[in-house]
Design a protein around this ligand. Structure first.
Ligand SMILES: [Zn+2]
Ligand SMILES: [Zn+2]
Length: 378
């Protein structure tokens, strides 16, 4: 891992980042809306968030390649969010040539996911050609109604899981009120707690700030010409010139460029603790569920779900730049596909925009892609 002493990532040329929705429906997949699956793509790498039934065929219909998946995140263990996972892994494995993948696919999800995957693969005699590891998040009992809580810490504890899939067990960091998942050269990823019928999580993908521009004019005035010294300064190293002049990086570097932030929430009717609000603060993109419309708020809450108003209130609290609603009940059809007895999903957009004082809200549709442009200096 390379991180300069300034704590910022090196400046790469393009670093494209976008989000594609492969499934925007609740409860089950239908011809108009697949079950939950969202892909964040960064420089050709795919990170999959949730993997409802049929996600592999959604991949095939899209311009994304399932073979590019390096990380998978599961928000919670309701079937519409992870029943597609064993099938997807088997297909990626079938399509991968011998020894094409050496790095394992990292899978993050709630406690119990490792056991589910291991048993499914064992019972179906599926031998994956691709290595994978499962990192489990340990939920807290306040993430669901008391009667729904299941103590899973001891499930399969003594089973001879293949060492291959044994990842980390990740506990809540009480100081940050979040779960640390990934911290590499370019990104930090964390999980935070949501309240649902069963424990559910949201995920933060945050790009690290990038090194600001060098003030070439100033360097020239100091008698420094393009060369290795420029590189050192960009890496955050203080330089002493032959004439004894000391140049510290902050003298000649502009402010670091802020990184991009995307937050993807699992099913929820509320947050647990402060983690969600603090991590989602000023997100460039917040993807929040809105299963039912505002006229059915009581029903939504009873089932642990949100409405557009609830999602927008959270987005407003966090001052997010763009709110995207997803996980719609299958009764809400895209405007172009409304049949008899269907409801127009655009009503949900209006309900959310009302809370956000007209700020535009996006309704996710299957195969929609949203680009996240690089930021300029503040
Ligand atoms: Zn769901
Ligand atoms: Zn759910």
């Amino acid at each position: 891992m390379f991180l300069s002493p300034l704590g910022v990532a090196p400046l790469l040329s393009k670093m494209s980042m976008d989000v594609t929705f492969l499934g925007t429906g609740a409860a089950y997949p239908s011809p108009t809306r697949g079950a939950s699956a969202t892909v964040v793509r960064f420089e050709g790498e795919c990170w999959l968030f949730d993997c409802g039934e049929g996600t592999q065929t959604q991949f095939m219909k899209s311009n994304l390649k399932a073979g590019r998946i390096t990380k998978i995140f599961i928000t919670h263990l309701h079937g519409d969010h992870f029943f597609g996972l064993p099938g997807l892994l088997c297909t990626i494995s079938l399509q991968s040539g011998p020894a094409t993948k050496t790095l394992p696919v990292d899978i993050y999800g709630p406690l119990g996911l490792r056991s589910f995957l291991w048993r499914t693969m064992e019972l179906s005699h599926s031998q994956l050609a691709i290595p994978y590891v499962v990192h489990e998040l340990v939920p807290t009992p306040d993430q669901c109604p008391e009667e729904e809580w299941k103590e899973l810490s001891f499930v399969d504890r003594d089973e001879p899981f293949s060492k291959q899939i044994q990842g980390k067990t990740i506990y809540l960091d009480p100081a940050e009120d979040s779960y640390p998942l990934v911290d590499n050269e370019h990104f930090v990823m964390k999980a935070f707690r949501l309240f649902h019928r069963i424990p559910s999580f949201g995920f933060l993908v945050e790009e690290k700030p990038r090194v600001g521009k060098l003030n070439v004019q100033k360097l020239k005035e100091l008698g420094v010409h393009p060369g290795p010294i420029y590189g050192k300064l960009k890496e955050g190293v203080t330089v002493v010139l032959e004439n004894g002049t000391t140049i510290s990086p902050s003298d000649v570097l502009a402010e670091p460029l802020p990184g991009r932030k995307v937050c993807i929430l699992g099913d929820c009717c509320g947050m647990v603790g402060e983690g969600a609000a603090s991590l989602c603060y000023e997100a460039d993109l917040l993807i929040h569920e809105a299963t039912l419309d505002d006229t059915q708020m009581d029903k939504a809450k009873e089932h642990g779900h949100s409405t557009p108003k609830m999602a927008a209130q959270f987005a407003k609290l966090c001052k997010v730049k763009r709110l995207v609603l997803s996980h719609f009940s299958q009764r809400y059809k895209p405007t172009s596909q409304i049949g008899e007895g269907d409801m127009d999903v655009s009503e949900l957009k209006s309900q959310a925009e009302l809370v956000l004082d007209g700020q535009e809200v996006v309704l996710a549709e299957d195969f929609m892609t949203i680009g996240i442009p690089m930021k300029k200096a503040r």
